[in-house]
Design a protein around this ligand. Structure first.
Ligand SMILES: C[S@@+](CC[C@H](N)C(=O)[O-])C[C@H]1O[C@@H](n2cnc3c(N)ncnc32)[C@H](O)[C@@H]1O
Length: 349
């Protein structure tokens, strides 16, 4: 399996190292006042931490859907939320100097049955979190520019760059640097929109001839502004147990919390025929079998939930590594077990 396929297996496709290095060389920060940086699809947090690396007074914020990746990102970024950044988090508007957005390249369902590219859903949801004069760094396949053209043209002064030639082949990505501004006049916005749509409609070679590539632009290209106001809200609607347990311990209220978590009443289940695995999983996830039990001398509380994650359903790739990855959200019946003596959390999926 070549590069594209193996990356898809891991479930995400981070920004290539060479692109991170080039980006780092193009972005400058106010060394005294610093800046706030946000990546709403932060993966393991490597890209944002590299962009911020070695610069004083920067604060890095990430959001990630995959629990394991969110956990890993916490070792690299200052604050990481675990959850769906489109629907499960709350972030103050106008609070970030830099928004790094390398979203899943896929179609998602929004507004009932109407489907819309995820790239534009993330862009629309997060453009409001940037302060005036703040910078968007958007990484998307260039042909997706047609879906993003309208919001980009209305709210940003944009510059489109191609990925370095050897990295371009895999996903045909471009980078959009966008400086946030007040709403553009209608005529100017329409002209920019048309230009972006034209770029999106080009053949890959034509596109690469038309735009500059990242390595060719001047060394100092974007200057990220320092925070203009305090960040009042950055939180997830769901509680992440990996974060909550140490906090509860520290606060000295572990005993009370565990007592509160213990179900008051255990359901007694007497199926008439033997229960199939699928039925058992649904009953567990639906909470019907939540209970306190004793096993090998350990007091355990069992709770079933549906966990959401991303599944790769299709990888198309030719010999030169070109192609696409299609992913879908999936809901996994999960059993969470808390050991009442140690507050250890065990998860079974
Ligand atoms: C293309 S990777 C980008 C990783 C990192 N930002 C980078 O550029 O190296 C996209 C990441 O977004 C995550 N993701 C997908 N849908 C998400 C959602 N609804 N909310 C938060 N994260 C999501 C995936 O799990 C994956 O780690």
């Amino acid at each position: 399996m070549a590069r594209l396929g193996s990356q898809a297996k891991a479930g995400f496709y981070p920004t290539p190292d060479s692109v991170c290095e080039l980006l780092k060389a193009k972005i400058i920060f106010d060394l005294e006042k610093g800046a706030r940086l946000l990546d709403p699809c932060c993966g393991e947090g490597k890209t944002l931490s590299r962009l911020a690396g070695g610069v004083p007074n920067l604060t890095t914020y990430g959001i990630e859907l995959d629990h394991q990746r969110a956990h890993e990102a916490r070792s690299r970024l200052d604050k990481v939320l675990w959850g769906d950044s489109l629907s499960e988090v709350m972030v103050s508007p106008g609070s970030f100097g830099l928004l790094y957005l390398n979203p899943p390249y896929d179609t998602g369902v929004s507004d009932g049955a109407k489907s819309q590219r995820l790239e534009v859903q993330f862009l629309r949801r997060y453009l409001g979190t940037l302060q005036q004069g703040g910078y968007l760094v958007l990484v998307i396949p260039y042909y997706i520019l047609k879906h993003c053209a309208k919001p980009l043209a209305r709210y940003f002064k944009v510059q489109v760059l191609g990925f370095p030639e050897d990295e371009f082949q895999a996903f045909r990505q471009c980078i959009v640097f966008g400086r946030k501004k007040l709403l553009a006049p209608k005529e100017e916005a329409e002209q920019t929109q048309t230009h972006l749509e034209e770029l999106a409609g080009m053949e890959p070679d034509e596109f690469m001839n038309e735009v500059e590539t990242l390595e060719c632009i001047a060394p100092v290209s974007i200057t990220v502004p320092p925070p203009a106001k305090p960040l009042t809200t950055f939180r997830a609607k769901n509680i992440d147990p990996l974060e909550a347990i140490p906090l509860v311990r520290k606060a000295g209220i572990l005993k009370n919390v565990l007592a509160e978590l213990t179900p008051k009443k255990n359901n007694v289940i007497r199926p008439l025929t033997s229960v199939k695995k699928g039925q058992m999983a649904l009953m567990l996830a639906g909470g019907y079998m939540n209970k306190a039990i004793e096993k090998n001398g350990r007091q355990l509380v069992v709770k079933g939930v549906m966990d959401k994650s991303e599944k790769v359903i299709n990888v198309r790739e030719n010999d030169s590594g070109e192609g696409s990855i299609t992913t879908r959200d999936q809901y996994i019946p999960t059993i969470k077990i808390i050991d009442m003596q140690t507050a250890e959390l065990i998860m079974v999926q």
